[in-house]
Design a protein around this ligand. Structure first.
Ligand code: PLP
Length: 426
């Protein structure tokens, strides 16, 4: 490539000055403290080269066949086919009021706590929502109590803001609130500020579990006592296979002290990048104060509002629930058939993930290495633990949402072969 400005010598002069400098030296302290990696840092082997085309059981992404392409493109056409410039103008800090009102209507209907548009601000996915909440409320040095394991993307957000992360364990009823209570008392005695207690209350990533009603109640009491917000990351709550999860934390608390983030990523498409913060209006106003980017895409907000008004979202959700229940069943049954001696798991009642515990002394790293050779790819469990301790080396997470039904079965067979190889010490 030749540069048309090269001849005047300026390019050479400037390039010579810049080329020897390491950009990392210019990065701020938050970036320097952050390990290299992707936004989610999901524990894949660094060099992934399978000898055969691999089956990927990696990301929590909707099945490509479910993407409502036609409905969305018709909605986009309707959104653009208006006289005024609304959809093509800056949308404003809060995001489209019509879409926020639609969200409020759905939350009121589904969660039993009456809310309106002022309880929502639209953000760049729920990852963007978490970032916005942290930008507005988290000071460097504040403590965030998280579950262990938890979604590694959010850990990066907390770390990027200089928070101290302290974690508690999980079991089949979700976050261990007995541990939260003890920990919060100890941290308070040390004079620390606990800003958030972060939970993925429904169909947890990576564990697939849902917090029980009594734990929800206990968590709300502890958090309120310590003036800590419960930060509820509800990316998967609508993808239930049978019963809906217990009442939402925000509804149980009458809205007080709870900040919920939600997203269209898992129920419609990740590429939309539309999510939201849901909280009492006075909190939403605080979050909005740190918004300097003129809002997200008004065009997409109008498109989603048209899509929802088209009345297809509930049917779409119902189809998604049935499909993911079937896919979970295919993967779980195939694992039982092919790989049972090497692993155990609990069937999730919703969401996108199966959390496997390896048996027979197998380590996740060894199984992952062998799995790459066998042609199946997934993250190891350790990546989801805030401290990434050695003792966390016996879990792997499989996502069944994106992968085709045939590949799910094939993936389970390959994983079983990988376990056998790892058990033989290959
Ligand atoms: C628990 C959880 N929260 C947040 C996100 C971020 O999703 P998005 O920003 O696409 O809404 C994910 C994505 O995997 C997730 O699993």
């Amino acid at each position: 490539m030749t540069d048309q400005h090269e001849s005047d010598g300026l390019v050479t002069e400037v390039r010579d000055l810049w080329q020897g400098r390491d950009v990392l030296n210019f990065a701020n302290e938050a970036v320097k403290a952050m390990s290299a990696g992707t936004a989610t840092d999901w524990g894949l082997a660094a060099a992934i080269e399978s000898p055969i085309p691999p089956v990927t059981l990696g990301g929590g992404i909707p099945d490509p066949a479910t993407l409502p392409r036609e409905d969305l493109s018709e909605a986009a056409a309707r959104a653009l086919g208006v006289e005024d410039d609304g959809p093509l103008r800056y949308g404003g800090a809060m995001g489209l009021e019509r879409l926020r009102a639609q969200l409020a209507e759905r939350y009121t209907r589904d969660r039993g706590l009456p809310v309106d548009a002022s309880h929502f601000i639209l953000e760049n996915g729920s990852a963007g929502a978490l970032d916005a909440v942290c930008a507005a409320l988290l000071d460097a040095g504040d403590v965030v109590i998280t579950e262990a394991p938890t979604f590694s993307g959010t850990l990066r957000t907390f770390r990027g803001k200089g928070a101290e992360i302290v974690s508690v364990g999980m079991d089949n009823d979700g976050m261990r609130t007995d541990e939260v209570g003890e920990l919060a008392d100890r941290l308070a005695a040390e004079g620390k500020t606990i800003k958030f207690i972060y939970t993925i209350s429904n169909f947890h990533n990576p564990m697939g579990t849902t917090m029980s009603l009594s734990r929800r109640q206990e968590l709300l009491r502890i958090a309120a006592r310590h003036s800590a917000f419960v930060l509820d990351d509800d990316a998967y709550g609508e993808i239930h296979f049978g019963e809906a999860p217990p009442p939402a934390l925000s509804a149980l608390a009458g809205g007080y002290g709870v900040i919920t983030v939600g997203t269209f990523s898992k129920i419609i498409a990740t590429g939309l990048r539309v999510g939201w913060v849901h909280a009492r209006p006075e909190i939403i106003e605080v979050v909005a104060r740190m918004r300097f980017d003129m809002g997200n895409s008004a065009m997409l907000h109008h498109t989603l509002a048209e899509y929802i008004d088209g009345g297809r979202l509930d049917d779409h959700l119902e189809e998604m629930r049935l499909l993911y229940a079937e896919k979970m069943d295919i993967l779980a049954s195939a694992l039982t058939e092919f790989a049972e001696p090497y692993l155990t798991f609990t069937r999730p009642k919703g969401g996108f993930f199966l959390w496997l515990k390896l048996q027979k002394g197998l380590t996740a790293e060894a199984v992952q290495r062998a799995a790459v050779q066998e042609g199946v790819i997934f993250p190891i469990g350790r990546a989801f633990f805030p401290e990434q301790k050695e003792s966390d080396g016996e879990h792997i997470r499989l996502a069944y949402s994106w992968t085709s039904k045939d590949d799910l079965r094939e993936g389970a067979e390959r994983l079983a072969r990988a376990c056998a190889r790892a058990a033989e010490g290959e």
